[in-house]
Ligand binder design. Structure first.
Ligand code: SF4
Length: 460
């Protein structure tokens, strides 16, 4: 029997849980620790234009900001990746770079930078990649086949009641794992990007025409790229035209910039414009929300919270996060929960989804197996409020998002899961077997046992 004086204290009891919640105050890391920004003022830092002009777009600019903090070995590793593996070009706003290797002493900076979760997806290096299987044999440039489902250029009609409107093919930041690597950003030595061919105004006219003619579509994700790169008057005009269509009931603005360049979303002209749109949406009973993309708690700073709260204050109904689950970045229960508590508790951003990283080229080192995603989903249940407990989803090619426990069959040896669906995508309306078919999804080969790895080696 345990004597009374041996009974655990309340704090010790908490420690016996797999995860311990501790409220953490958000902090804006001091950008002056970077030699290149030693004299940057707070006013400059809060200025969206200063942030855009001072984005890091190449090695020369990275050297200018970091001085001698990073070793030559790191630069060699970075150059090797850019020449051979990168599917996205380099574009990192100061705000994002400032959330990397936050507490590192100058002598340890390279090691801390290499290990940093934000660096690992924003600035990949050669040694990050999977040495044996950098790409899965079934990886594809447009792995979700979005362009195949365009009903007009840039308008993907994949789900019966929802469409995705790609307004622009650029972002204020480029993420190494971008699922739209086929279209978004500048070409890299490896990837020659596709280009949108219509003029923005013509593309938008065609999108609006399609939505007017298709009253079954009630939900429009206005995306890109990142809507923060659409000139505000153009975006506001498109949103107002959407709000004129009575059958459109949900509008979601997709912008990673809320976290990568929050300065954009606190500029007075953008805030005033957002307020006009939110007021109109509210009057017409339309749910207007912002969806952002934050992958690690380090990225949630006071400026990010300010941007989210500003949007809520001017009448946006909700700000939600759709993160991407990636090894080395956030694929542990602690990392996911720390991020969700920072978003939900400190920034009023609802943790909504974590997508499994899609099957694009050279992404195997980030991807997790479906069974790993299932374990993570299990591990994060019960800590957050139910409505703020994110779902981990697998975006299965030709199917769409499925919760990770929804698979129909799973060959663990070969790492192939099979999924079904209950609607036809836009390209299967005449396909009688679309709803009976099983659609495969593939685990990273490096997560398989010996027999599975051998099978894939024999195939390729
Ligand atoms: S912000 Fe989104 S669209 Fe832009 S590069 Fe990142 S993942 Fe791709």
């Amino acid at each position: 029997m345990t004597a009374l004086h041996d009974a655990p204290t309340a704090l010790e009891r908490l420690d016996r849980q797999p995860y311990t919640y501790v409220r953490r105050e958000l902090v804006e890391p001091d950008w002056r620790r970077f030699p290149g920004w030693a004299h940057v003022t707070e006013a400059q830092w809060r200025d969206a234009q200063w942030q855009r002009v001072n984005c890091v777009k190449n090695v020369k600019q990275l050297r200018k900001v970091t001085g001698d903090l990073l070793s030559e070995k790191f630069y060699d590793d970075l150059a090797a990746d850019q020449e051979t593996f990168a599917t996205m070009s380099m574009l990192i706003p100061p705000q994002m770079l400032n959330t990397m290797a936050v507490d590192a002493a100058p002598a340890d900076f390279t090691d801390a930078f290499l290990a940093d979760p934000v660096r690992r997806y924003m600035l990949p290096v050669r040694s990050d990649r999977d040495p044996r299987w950098p790409s899965h044999p079934h990886s594809q440039r447009d792995s979700l086949h979005e362009a195949e489902m365009w009903v007009v250029e840039g308008l993907t009609h994949r789900y019966p009641t929802k469409v995705l409107a790609e307004m622009v093919s650029t972002c204020p930041q480029y993420c190494g794992h971008c699922t739209r690597m086929d279209l978004v950003g500048n070409s890299t030595p490896l990837i020659d990007k596709h280009k949108l061919s219509l003029k923005p105004v013509d593309r938008q006219d065609q999108m609006i025409d399609y939505l007017k003619k298709t009253p079954g579509v009630r939900d429009v994700v206005v995306s890109g790229g990142d809507v923060a790169n659409v000139p505000w008057p153009q975006l506001e005009s498109f949103l107002m035209r959407l709000l004129d269509i009575e059958t459109v009931r949900d509008i979601r603005l997709a912008t990673k910039a809320l976290a990568g360049l929050p300065q954009h979303w606190i500029q007075p002209r953008v805030v005033e414009g957002l307020e006009r749109v939110a007021r109109t949406a509210s009057r017409r009973g339309v749910n207007l929300a912002i969806h952002t993309h934050v992958n690690h708690a380090q990225s949630v700073t006071p400026l990010v919270a300010e941007a989210a709260r500003t949007a809520l204050e001017v009448g946006v109904r909700d700000v939600r996060n759709q993160g991407v689950l990636m090894k080395g970045v956030n694929a542990t229960p602690d990392d996911l929960l720390d991020l969700c508590f920072a978003l939900q508790g400190e920034a009023n951003i609802l943790p909504y989804y974590f997508y499994m990283c899609d099957m694009i080229p050279n992404a195997e080192h980030w991807r997790v197996a479906v069974w790993e995603a299932q374990e993570l989903q299990h591990a994060i249940m019960g800590y957050l409020p139910g409505y703020a407990t994110p779902r981990i989803v697998c975006d299965v090619p030709y199917v769409g998002k499925r919760w990770v426990h929804q698979l129909a069959e799973y060959d663990r040896e070969l790492g192939i899961s099979y999924w079904t669906k209950n609607y036809r995508t836009g390209i299967e309306l005449e396909d009688p077997e679309a709803l009976d078919r099983r659609y495969p999804y593939y685990d990273p080969i490096s997560t398989l046992g010996e027999a599975g790895q051998k099978w894939w080696s024999d195939q390729t």
